[in-house]
Ligand binder design. Structure first.
Ligand code: ACM
Length: 589
């Protein structure tokens, strides 16, 4: 990590040499066979800030930036790895496959300095040059993501495209797109127009977290047309990012029920025709009915989802689903009896299995939050499992991690019979991930206690709408995605990677989302990409120094509204808007 280049995430290895490769109006761009798209991306990213035309060179000549594919590198560096060789004569980016070349371009951009993140050249701007070096790089994990909740507060399309730029700049490659929830439905479904006419907006919103007495009386809403979503998907793909859509079932569905009351449990003592799109935060008690009609409705929704999103993974939520309505509904009970299922958790597992198989038949893979592991029986919550510990996480001084974390041993639900290929997002600690891996499923490790970035990032009074645990930049840097129970075993390969989670109840604008994400997303990117030592041995101070010296200036040039290390600017505060206190805070929604 003694890298003088200030690259983040830190590369596998780098050796700097003396001298520089200058980029001037004479500099050429050579794309070897198969490297044309990466070369177009390089030009699209580097010409605007530098003003350099980078005309094509048919051969890899001196004075050129050269992008080359060499499949022989695959064994050593995989599809996403790359080599970068800069001499005073030329700069050569080599990878086994296209993704690696794209990440090499991102490295090149960092090496050019913060001004390379602007969108137009500054008058009298810097002379552009790359330091001579030999660099080899490859990611530790193949799933390096961000879950973005655009249901609680809608993020207009431009904001999402900007988030994709920010992910790419940090070599993150998955946008888990949380498109539906109790408070809003954000995806146009042509066969179900009321999902956008009715479910895409709510009358007002609570301002702050649940305890806040304040309301924002303005109607809130918005949705992405199918063209918008195809644009988002294509924009992401150009940046090697997969957009994994999430349609949450059978809970977190009040907005859909408000639009189509027949989706709800109409015989459970609630008139579902009276339900509006929820204006408050929390877990709605209204869930989808386990009827054939609902299955068909969601199959039709998913048919459109699959047409828009080529992602091999489709997320169907499955989290936080109180079953009171199913217990009260004679038709849900009749369904349960007809299927010969023991209880309501089994009914949920049956529903998820139905859609998991439906997806598998179409060549896609189900992903769900770790509740999808439960096959039947009492709710098994890994956070309250006996003997739970938080592996290797160092407590933040202001908010010690409580012993309500994961335990692969104590968390032992009757496992659901998930379809082959189904994957699990382990959010209630690590235990779901451990259980899923042992059951033969891939996992994304994203524990609330470590990488939920709606949680506050400092204990200070000034934190805007402070929620839950304090999770500082240093805490995130010490986060280890592989649970200790799996480390060093062949099941560690079941860990696809990790992602940050950004719930948006209290982040009503893209600037607020920026504040919660940054700088912590930078630490997450390094955790997901770089080969870091065990958490206790990580060089947190070195990382913070690289942030100061090299990376905050890049974020500044990109216009990111990050939290400064010294605390929020006055205009980043939200005095008087209640969050959720840290003392004794239970795990939050
Ligand atoms: C979740 O935080 N409800 C997945």
């Amino acid at each position: 990590m003694g890298d003088p280049t200030g690259l983040i995430p830190a590369p596998l290895s780098v050796r700097t040499e003396s001298g520089h490769f200058p980029l001037t109006s004479e500099t050429l761009l050579h794309a070897g066979p198969g490297a044309e798209r990466a070369a177009r991306r390089l030009r699209a990213e580097l010409s605007p800030p530098t003003g350099l035309p980078l005309p094509p060179a048919p051969e890899p000549v001196d004075g050129a930036l050269c992008l080359l594919l060499d499949p022989g590198l695959h064994q050593r560096l995989g599809d996403e790895g790359y080599l970068l060789d800069v001499t005073p004569e030329r700069a050569t980016l080599t990878a086994a496959a296209e993704p690696g070349l794209h990440w090499a371009v991102q490295t090149l951009r960092q090496l050019l300095g913060p001004a390379a993140y602007r969108r137009a050249p500054l008058p009298g701007g810097p002379d552009w040059s790359l330091p001579a070096l030999h660099l080899a790089d490859a990611p530790r994990f193949r799933w390096r993501g961000l879950m973005l909740d655009v249901a609680r507060h809608f993020m207009p399309k431009d904001g999402v495209l900007r988030v994709l730029d920010l992910l790419a700049a940090h070599k993150l490659n998955v946008l888990h797109f949380h498109l539906t929830d109790d408070q809003g439905w954000r995806i146009e479904v042509r066969g179900k127009p009321r999902l956008t006419e009715v479910a895409s907006w709510r009358e007002r919103s609570r301002l702050g977290h649940r305890a806040s007495p304040l309301w924002d009386p303005r109607p809130h809403g918005g949705y992405y047309t199918q063209e918008d979503l195809r644009e988002i998907v294509a924009y992401a793909a150009e940046r090697q990012i997969t957009v994994v859509p999430e349609i949450d079932i059978p809970g977190h569905s009040q907005a859909a029920i408000a639009a189509y009351p027949e989706l709800g449990n109409r015989d459970a003592g609630v008139d579902t025709a009276e339900l509006g799109v929820w204006t408050d935060w929390g877990i709605s008690t209204h869930l989808l009915a386990p009827s054939e009609e609902v299955l068909r409705f969601y199959e039709e929704v998913l048919e459109e989802v699959l047409e828009i999103f080529p992602s091999p993974y489709v997320h169907l939520g499955g989290d936080e689903c109180p079953k009171d309505e199913w217990r009260a509904s004679p038709s849900a009970q009749a369904r349960l009896a007809e299927l010969g299922l023991p209880d309501e958790n089994a009914l949920q597992a049956w529903m998820l299995r139905h859609f998991g198989e439906w997806l598998a038949a179409r060549g896609r893979r189900l992903v769900g939050w770790d509740e999808i592991l439960q096959g039947e029986g009492e709710d098994a919550d890994p956070r309250t499992a006996a003997g739970a510990v938080v592996p290797d996480a160092r407590p933040s001084s202001a908010s010690p991690l409580r012993a309500d974390g994961p335990s692969g041993e104590a968390y032992a639900p009757v496992l659901a019979d998930l379809p082959d290929g189904a994957a699990v997002s382990s959010w209630r600690g690590y235990a779901g991930g451990v259980a899923a891996a042992r059951a033969g499923h891939d996992v994304v490790i994203c524990p609330e206690q470590q990488v939920y970035f709606d949680h506050r990032q400092d204990a200070g009074e000034d934190e805007p709408v402070p929620i839950g645990y304090v999770r500082t930049l240093a805490d995130v840097y010490r986060f280890e995605p592989v649970p200790p129970e799996l480390a060093g075993t062949e099941l560690a390969a079941r860990v696809l990677g990790t992602q940050a989670t950004m719930w948006a109840e209290c982040t009503e604008t893209p600037q607020r989302v920026d504040y919660q994400l940054f700088p912590r997303l930078v630490a997450l990117a390094e955790v997901a990409w770089s080969q870091l030592p065990a958490p206790g041995q990580r060089d947190v101070e070195g990382f913070e120094r690289r942030m100061e010296r090299a990376h905050y200036p890049r974020l500044d040039a990109m216009g990111v509204n990050y939290r400064p290390p010294s605390g929020p600017y006055p205009w980043q505060r939200r005095p008087g808007v209640l969050g959720r206190p840290i003392d004794g805070a239970p795990p939050i929604v």
